[in-house]
Design a protein around this ligand. Structure first.
Ligand code: ATP
Ligand code: MG
Length: 200
């Protein structure tokens, strides 16, 4: 099976994440997309991360429930523990031999990938599918992709998906100001945010 991995903090999950998953699924003929919420991302400090893992997971569940090819992986969902994506990829290869893995990310992550711990291992354990985001244009992306390919022999493809200027940060800020987040997240997620008074 060909599996797309959509890793993130998902604080909260939004339609940007969901569309990346959907377009990767379609464009690269994947069999499933696994949403992989991280427990305690090494690159985000505790201040930024005050939404409990439980809430973040619940929102992912609500967001993907309508799609048969979207699944939830709790592999990195360990509170207080730093998960490294490379280690997760090694674990997945051991647990599901024969599967091929495609790691889906946005431009900001592609440009920061050399700061990830064990990032070189990512290039040998999966194909990276990189989507454009915000200020990066196709030219920037293609340059970065060919730079990483040349330097690390990385397997990276450009993922073509609709460009959406949406981030979890914007959503948290809007919710904190009492502004609507409808249409930025699935209705069920917007209702969940309201019901649990998240980001207030
Ligand atoms: P935050 O603002 O809290 O950092 P985020 O919207 O960036 O949240 P993350 O959970 O940090 O969401 O992102 C997970 C992955 O999804 C990253 O690889 C990121 O680049 C990608 N991503 C998120 N939103 C978009 C978007 N609108 N377009 C393209 N990629 C995106
Ligand atoms: Mg982010």
């Amino acid at each position: 099976m060909k599996i797309g991995i959509m890793g993130g903090t998902f604080d909260p999950i939004h339609i940007g994440h969901l569309l990346l998953g959907e377009f990767a699924f379609e464009e690269f003929n994947l069999d499933e997309i696994w949403f992989l919420p991280n427990g305690n991302p090494p690159h985000k400090d505790a201040e930024e991360m005050d939404t409990s893992l439980k809430h973040r997971i619940e929102m992912v569940k609500l967001a993907i429930s309508g799609s048969p090819h979207f699944k939830l992986s709790l592999h990195e969902a360990k509170e207080g523990i730093h998960s490294y994506t490379y280690q997760t990829m090694l674990d997945f290869h051991k647990m599901y031999p024969g599967n091929q893995f495609y790691f889906i990310l946005g431009a900001d992550s592609l440009f920061a990938i050399e700061k990830w711990k064990y990032f070189k291992g990512m290039f040998t354990t999966c194909t990276i599918l990189a989507a454009m985001r915000d200020d990066k244009d196709v030219g920037d992306m293609k340059k970065q992709i060919s730079y990483l390919k040349k330097k690390y022999n990385a397997d990276i493809e450009l993922l073509r998906a609709p460009l959406l200027e949406i981030s979890s940060t914007t959503i948290r800020k809007r919710a904190a100001m009492g502004l609507t987040v409808h249409y930025m997240v699935p209705d069920t997620v917007a209702d969940y945010i309201k019901e649990h008074h998240l980001y207030m």
